[in-house]
Each structure stands twice: as C-alpha cells, then as structure tokens.
Write a protein that binds this ligand. Structure first.
Ligand code: DX5
Ligand code: ZN
Length: 266
C-alpha cells in the first residue's frame, strides 16, 4: 500500500475515513469527494476545533491560486466563502462560479456563507459548485428555515443557520438539534473589516449551554488578536477571520499568532 504522505490530501482523508468504517467503495468512486463524504468533514472540524477559517472575501482575487497555496501552506483546514447579493446585504461579492473555482483549486472543505435573500432557491447550485457546508440567514429564508436546513442535509452538505447581531438568539434556538452549525455574526453581514460586537459572546454562551456537543458554533466578523480569545472562551469552535489574516504579509505567522491568542486560559 502507498504511504499516506504520497497521496493527495483528499485521498488521505478518504483512506483514513475508511479505516474508521467508511464504506470501502467510496475509495474507488470517482464521486468519493462528493455526496455523503461532504458531511464527514463536520466531525473532523469538530475534532480539530478551535479552528481558524480564513474569510477569502479579503483575498487577492487576481491570484486565487497563489492565495489558496499560501493558506494551505499556513496549515489552514477549511475556507470560508462569503456570498452577498446586494439585496439581503448592501454589498455584492461573488456567486457560484467563484465557489466552483475555489473547488478546483483546493480539497479543503468550503464553508459557504450565503448572505442572500431566499437562499433556498440556490442551495442546489452551491452544492453543485462544490460547497461542503452551506449556511443561510434565518432572516432571509422565504420558507420554513427547518426545511431549508433539511434540503441542505439531503444534498449531503453540512447545514448551517445564522443571524445578524440585532436578531435575538431565540430565533436560532429551534435549530440547535437540526443544524450542524450555528454561525453567530459579530458584525452586520455585508463587509469585512468591521468592529466586533460583543453581543456575539452572549449568544455563543447561550448556544453552547443548550446545544448538543456535536453542534458546531462559528463566529464571524471583527475576530482578531484582541477578540479571538473571548470567542473561544464563549464556546466558538470555528473562528472566521478576514482582515486580521489578509492584512498581514505572512499568513502563516498571522494564523499562528491568532491560534496562540485563541487558547482558552485555564
Ligand atoms: C461579513 C463576512 C465576514 C467577513 C469577515 O459579512 O461574513 O466573513 O469577511 O471579515 P473580518 O474578519 O475582516 O471582519
Ligand atoms: Zn462570513
């Protein structure tokens, strides 16, 4: 058998999963990267938490390949992709083609944050573009949010739900058992580089108390060297970080320093 370090990263994870009882045919399937295997990223992310997910909104889009390589070299375990429609939020970023382009450039899990009105209309398209986790805003869904989460799961993706800082945490409490991930926004969705709103900390603490241990809690917006530790102490598993990484010339050093600051003090 080939040594694991001679295999591409995604095959290594499939082989490892198989030794833990993942169906062996998945190894031989050309679609092993797709379908149910996408949900298996969730357990790994949970195991490795706290994890820093770069928000590529702030990356250099004229050099996506180089940016992805630099992030992989820095040891990043997943990427956070912000989709904005100029309607639910005032800003416009990118849609399915850019998600698909990242999919071609990396085997890292893609965590897609949809800041769009009626996200249920586009779930399948983002799945086809290669999203591994799809998160929708509860304020933006046009149908029952539980149905949207179920649809995301049925496609084999991780299902996330989120709310803006001014929306009370009660609006996502009904989903603690059905969502794979709850994203707590610590800025108003729409732009990178905003100031962290501490209301997110109370929400994280409340969700950590009532949610099952397997529920992934993610925080997004204004997370930096000053705010990251409060987030992990409040129970965040996934730390979405844009400017505090991309404003630095050495992503690896920036991420290492953020990890050190994120350590929960005992
Ligand atoms: C804001 C986005 C964030 C943002 C984070 O609407 O969801 O992911 O890019 O960027 P920073 O870390 O700069 O606040
Ligand atoms: Zn985001």
């Amino acid at each position: 058998m080939l040594p694991l370090n001679s295999l591409p990263r995604y095959l290594v994870s499939i082989v490892r999963r198989n030794s833990n009882g993942f169906p062996s045919e998945a190894i031989h399937s050309p679609d092993a990267r797709f379908g149910m295997s996408r949900r298996s990223h969730l357990a790994r992310l949970r195991q490795q938490s706290p994890l820093i997910l770069p928000s590529v909104l702030s990356c250099d889009f004229s050099d996506m390949r180089g940016e992805v390589e630099r992030l992989e070299t820095a040891g990043v375990q997943a990427l956070h992709l912000d989709v904005m429609d100029g309607n639910f939020v005032p800003n416009i970023t990118y849609g399915m083609p850019i998600v698909a382009a990242f999919r071609k450039l990396t085997q890292l899990p893609l965590d897609v944050h949809l800041m769009i009105e009626n996200p249920e209309r586009y779930i399948r398209q983002f799945y086809e573009a290669g999203a591994d986790i799809i998160t929708v805003h509860e304020e933006a869904t046009g149908i029952d949010t539980a149905n949207v989460l179920q649809e995301i799961k049925n496609l084999g993706c991780g299902a996330g739900v989120t709310i803006n800082p001014d929306i009370p945490v009660e609006r996502v409490l009904p989903f603690v058992d059905t969502a794979d991930l709850i994203l707590v926004m610590s800025v108003n969705a729409g732009f990178g580089g905003q100031t962290f709103n501490p209301v997110a900390l109370e929400k994280l603490e409340a969700l950590r108390k009532v949610g099952p241990p397997e529920l992934l809690l993610e925080v997004d917006g204004g997370v930096n060297l000053e705010t990251v530790q409060a987030c992990t102490e409040a129970g965040a598993d996934l730390l979405v970080i844009g400017s505090a990484i991309f404003n630095q010339s050495d992503y690896g050093a920036a991420i290492d320093q953020l990890y050190r600051s994120a350590q929960v003090s005992t």
